[in-house]
Design a protein around this ligand. Structure first.
Ligand code: ZN
Ligand code: ZN
Length: 129
């Protein structure tokens, strides 16, 4: 029993490492290919525990406020495609932050990570057709 759950945790970590970002639903679909009887509750428990242990972090939510996880635990910014929900890790240069703060104004400081929205390459191509 213990061995099996260790295997689950490893598989979830590996999958997320490959994908970069993923939701519980996507993780469950992947896991069910190998373990037909794995439940949504089990996947939820694994991801919650991994976040608590700081093995993974929380990524910007997907459409419908669906929680997403991030294999990258370092602080980083994201590009989010508003059409297909694709997330891409980004690092907005430090010297851009003061410029952004200036345009926001009123002494507001940017301390959190930035999420920049737009269309990914694939979606911007499709929208031109
Ligand atoms: Zn897209
Ligand atoms: Zn990320």
């Amino acid at each position: 029993m213990i061995e099996r759950s260790t295997k689950y945790v490893q598989d979830v970590e590996n999958y997320l490492q490959q994908k970069g970002h993923s939701s519980n639903i996507e993780i469950l679909e992947f896991m069910q290919k190998n373990y037909a009887d794995i439940s949504a509750t089990t996947v939820h428990r694994i991801t919650t525990r991994l976040v608590e242990r700081r093995k993974i972090s929380l990524a910007p939510v997907a459409k419908g406020n669906v929680m997403r996880f991030d294999a990258n635990i370092a602080a980083h910014d994201h590009f989010l495609c508003s059409n297909c929900d694709m997330l891409r890790d980004a690092n907005v240069a430090d010297d851009i932050r003061p410029m952004l703060e200036q345009s926001i104004g009123d002494g507001c400081h940017i301390s959190g990570n930035l999420v920049i929205t737009g269309l990914c390459k694939k979606c911007s191509k499709e929208s031109k057709i």
